[in-house]
Design a protein around this ligand. Structure first.
Ligand code: C2E
Ligand code: MG
Ligand code: MG
Length: 630
């Protein structure tokens, strides 16, 4: 205990204060003793005078130790000196009639302040022992306790002891109340910071809206509350449709400001008793209680959609935003917060499917497809993160000479434990979930890396064709992705060809410009699956294109006298008429190949030669093919 009290672990402030107090107290006692010396001098009580002087000397020693930061020793020494000194003064003077024990309580307080409880007990015992010893010394006639005749010195000495003890207590009480006040204010500050942390833990720091935890608690509370009649509880899941584009094309600061404005708009659109919360990113949750019927929920949803339909003013720019909103109702769609949230989320996907900027009530029957979609999307996301996706290469031939001229890069997702998902489905899911941008850029990188490796190991000036989703064009950063992939692999732009489908032309602003710039860079552009999509052929002239790839549905049917023959021949002639080259995909038979050659089709690919292969296998294929045709 004593160790703890005097240990070096005590904060410096406390140590400094104790040191100052000890200094003051030692001075105080020395002054008191000096006054007693004077009275002893006038009285001629020499022994008392010597004892007082001895005590002063001991205290000066304590003072010195205290100044040298030996606080523990100084305090113990002071206590011992005072106890011995006071007892000796009693013994030589009036014994048990002496006024010296008046100072005992102050000495005990002093010991309590600087020493341990054990020291306090020891001190009390020693004091009692001194009193008892004096009594027995008196009884034995060795040192008699005899009161001196009363004169002014006695009240003076008693007054002095009381005054000095009082001053000492006053110092102490000041310290105590100051410390209590400080403790109280620290407690309040701690409480305030705890409250702030609790608030932050349940609120979103950006928008100030309740967060997921608080929203789920509110939902749990509403579900647990006894309901009077047929009232419904609605859970609305809201997702902004084009937030990522805004965030990327403007800035993250604008994105944050937009989220705040959306938060404000949601707060205004719901009743005071309802709760609008931010779940994460651009997802919000609205929890409504006490709804009369489904129509009341629909009204709130309409109000929310209207509130978001006005473009927001951000840094002087008008930013239009739309949202998709899914609604689940309790008790109809579930009575458990997690289930309701899941159903509202699924309904939100239904709203997105319906073309976005819409709200939908949860409908269990349309549910299954969405669940599958979500599963594939999350699997795909994980596969991308874990680098489990692959790119395979289907050899592409020059039909006249039979040479391999390049390959088409095709995405593959090996999933041994699950049933296969078609690449078409994968791409569709990637497009809907927004993953297509990341996957697209990754495929570009892989394809450029592969073709530059083939060139490096002497396979010649092969090219690689990469399929590009219309969404990649619409997002506006495709050019950068292309440049990055070329630069990272030190590949000349002529080694890369982009395949886009006809739907890209339907709804991509600035496409003319983008294709012109890509063409100027030296990248080739091909229209894939030609003949199956958009029927307006005017775009063939408007855009900077290099070739048409005839869809495999026509090519596979090529044979003796089918309708497709005319179609394929016409497409090839049209391509040539426009100054474009023709490529055929899906060549499975020698007859088809013979027809295509006869029609003057320049390039082709198909199972007749090979399906898409991993890069290593592709290299072997090219080498073997060259060896065989040499
Ligand atoms: P696509 O670009 O038209 O690719 C040709 C598809 O036909 C490939 O299917 C290929 O394996 C298949 N194929 C090639 N030769 C033959 C043949 O002789 N007979 C038959 N029956 N099929 C043949 P896959 O790999 O399943 O890809 C399907 C579609 O997925 C692709 O069609 C393309 O539109 C898309 N896709 C593939 N990879 C990517 C990618 O990395 N990005 C994007 N955006 N789309 C991709
Ligand atoms: Mg293709
Ligand atoms: Mg195709």
């Amino acid at each position: 205990m004593a160790e703890r009290r005097f240990s070096n672990l005590r904060p410096d402030r406390v140590l400094a204060l104790q040191k100052a107090r000890l200094r003051q107290i030692i001075w105080l006692v020395i002054v008191a003793l000096a006054i007693f010396c004077l009275t002893n001098l006038t009285r001629g009580t020499w022994i008392n005078l010597v004892l007082d002087l001895g005590l002063i000397a001991m205290l000066l020693l304590a003072y010195r130790w205290n100044q040298r930061d030996r606080l523990e020793l100084a305090a113990a020494w002071t206590i011992a000196a005072l106890l011995i000194g006071l007892t000796a003064l009693m013994a030589v003077d009036q014994g048990l009639y002496d006024e010296a024990p008046l100072a005992f309580p102050a000495l005990l307080v002093f010991a309590g302040m600087f020493g341990s409880r054990k020291l306090l007990v020891v001190l009390v015992v020693l004091m009692l022992a001194a009193l008892i010893a004096l009594y027995f010394l008196h009884e034995a006639g060795i040192a008699l306790s005899v009161p001196r005749p009363l004169n002014w010195r006695r009240p003076f000495a008693m007054g002095l002891i009381i005054a000095f003890s009082g001053f000492f207590m006053w110092l102490l009480a000041g310290d105590l109340s100051r410390n209590l006040l400080r403790l109280e204010s620290e407690k309040l500050a701690l409480q305030a910071s705890r409250e702030r942390i609790a608030l932050m833990a349940r609120h979103d720091s950006l928008t100030g809206l309740p967060n997921r935890t608080l929203a789920m608690d509110q939902l749990q509370y509403l579900l647990g509350k006894p309901r009077r009649g047929q009232e419904l509880i609605a859970v609305m899941f809201l997702d902004l449709d084009n937030f990522k584009t805004i965030n990327d094309s403007l800035s993250h600061a604008v994105g944050d400001a937009l989220l705040c404005k959306v938060g404000d708009a949601l707060r205004m659109a719901v009743r005071g008793t309802d709760m609008a919360a931010r779940m994460s990113g651009d997802e919000f949750l609205i929890v409504l209680g006490d709804l009369e019927d489904e129509r009341a929920a629909a009204e709130t949803a309409t109000r929310i959609m209207q509130a978001l339909s006005e473009p927001f003013q951000l840094e002087g720019v008008e930013v239009p935003i739309t949202a998709s909103l899914g609604i689940a109702l309790a008790p109809r769609d579930g009575n458990d917060p997690a289930v309701l949230l899941k159903h509202a989320d699924l309904a939100m996907y239904q709203a997105k499917d319906a073309g976005r900027n819409a709200f939908r009530f949860f409908d269990a029957s349309v549910n299954q497809g969405i669940i599958e979609h979500l599963q594939i999307a999350s699997g795909l996301r994980a596969a991308l993160a874990r680098n489990e996706l692959e790119v395979h290469f289907q050899p592409k031939f020059e039909l006249a000479g039979g040479r391999v001229v390049g390959a088409e890069a095709l995405l593959r997702w090996p999933r041994p434990e699950n049933e296969a998902v078609s690449v078409h489905r994968l791409i569709a899911v990637a497009e809907r979930s927004g993953l297509i941008h990341e996957i697209g850029a990754w495929v570009l990188q892989q394809a450029c890396a592969a073709v530059s490796e083939w060139r490096r190991i002497g396979l010649g000036a092969l090219t690689v064709s990469v399929n590009v989703s219309p969404l990649q064009f619409r997002r506006g950063n495709l050019e950068a992705a292309v440049r990055d992939a070329l630069a990272a692999n030190a590949l000349a732009p002529g080694g890369l060809e982009l395949e886009l489908t006809e739907s890209t032309f339907a709804d991509t602003p600035d496409l003319v410009e983008v294709l012109r710039r890509l063409g100027a860079l030296g990248v080739h552009v091909t229209i894939d699956d030609f003949g199956t999509g958009y029927s307006n052929l005017a775009y063939l002239q408007r855009f900077a294109l290099h070739s048409l790839k005839i869809d495999q549905s026509f090519v596979r049917q090529l044979g003796a006298g089918t309708q497709e023959e005319g179609l394929v021949r016409t497409i090839i002639e049209m391509a040539h008429g426009l100054g474009l080259q023709a490529t055929a995909e899906g060549i499975e038979s020698a007859e088809a190949l013979a027809r295509l050659r006869a029609f003057g089709c320049e390039f082709g690919q198909g199972f007749l030669w090979s399906p898409a292969l991993p890069s290593e296998a592709f290299i072997t294929f090219v080498r073997q093919h060259r060896a065989a045709s040499a």
